[in-house]
Design a protein around this ligand. Structure first.
Ligand code: ADP
Ligand code: MG
Length: 247
């Protein structure tokens, strides 16, 4: 997966320059042709397709930047409550879609750059939006998964068990059209899309690579006509407990 990502990013980089030149040339030709000239339609069509390629290239290049992003400890609830998500949710609400947020009161912390987790969640929300009609409902939930090896604050913790690997789950469910069973195996493959020219098929591939590279997992359950649930699980960052100091 990592090698494939590198190759894709390399190809994207190489495509970018010629694409810019085509784009400039088309704009120049447009400025030279009378608006009523039948050729104008072809030029518009070229522009549209160039834009489509540029969008794919941009997604692959963003993906390549992933390696440059360092580690950040973030409060996942804060991310989901941030301005950029408020805008996305209010756009969904304008379409008549209900938004239900169910955020864990303990404000779970995870170790992943905010730009990366935002990118992943936006991909999932956009897909949910695409799958829903006006009567849709989007459910976003965060919760801690406490591992059995839980230690009380008052207990003395031996050095070997200082770290408890708790997890944080982020769930995004929609009641949209669902995914056909025969498509389920291909969702995370690059360029798999059922949206024809409206899709790039890169959203889930990139999301998967990001979550994977921060030691997380991403799973999907879906039923045609009922909806889809994506679940992301990442290691919690707030359970690095130190043993109490000796008095
Ligand atoms: P794109 O959105 O560009 O098609 P993605 O990688 O984001 O590419 O998604 C791949 C495919 O997975 C989509 O084309 C769609 O068929 C399916 N899919 C993803 N999320 C959902 C969802 N929430 N509901 C229904 N289908 C989905
Ligand atoms: Mg998508």
């Amino acid at each position: 997966m990592a090698a494939l990502g590198k190759l894709a990013a390399g190809v994207a980089h190489e495509i970018n320059n010629p694409l810019n030149i085509i784009s400039l040339d088309v704009e120049f030709l447009k400025s030279q042709v009378e608006p009523t000239n039948p050729m104008m339609e072809n030029l518009h069509s070229i522009s549209e397709e160039v834009e489509r390629i540029a969008h794919i290239v941009q997604q692959l290049r963003d993906h390549a930047k992933m390696d440059e992003a360092g580690h950040e400890i973030i409060n996942i609830n804060e991310i989901i409550s941030s301005h950029i998500f408020s805008i996305a949710f209010s756009q969904l609400m304008k379409r008549g879609i209900k938004i239900e947020l169910d955020l864990d009161k303990s404000n779970p912390l995870i170790m992943i750059p905010r730009t990366k987790i935002t990118q992943v969640l936006m991909n999932l929300i956009k897909n949910a939006e695409d799958a829903m009609t006006e009567r849709g409902a989007l459910h976003v939930c965060t919760r801690q998964i406490l591992q059995p090896k839980n230690i009380k604050d008052t207990e003395t913790v031996s050095a070997s068990s200082k770290t408890i690997n708790n997890l944080v789950e982020i769930v995004i469910s929609d009641n949209g059209q669902g995914i056909k069973p025969e498509d389920m195996n291909y969702l995370f493959e690059p360029f798999f899309t059922t949206k024809g020219f409206d899709g790039t098929g890169l959203g889930l591939f990139i999301s998967y690579s990001i979550i994977k590279s921060y030691n997380g997992t991403i799973k999907v359950e879906s039923e045609v006509g009922r909806g889809t649930t994506f679940s992301i699980v990442l290691p919690a960052a707030n359970y690095q407990r130190k043993a109490p100091k000796d008095k």
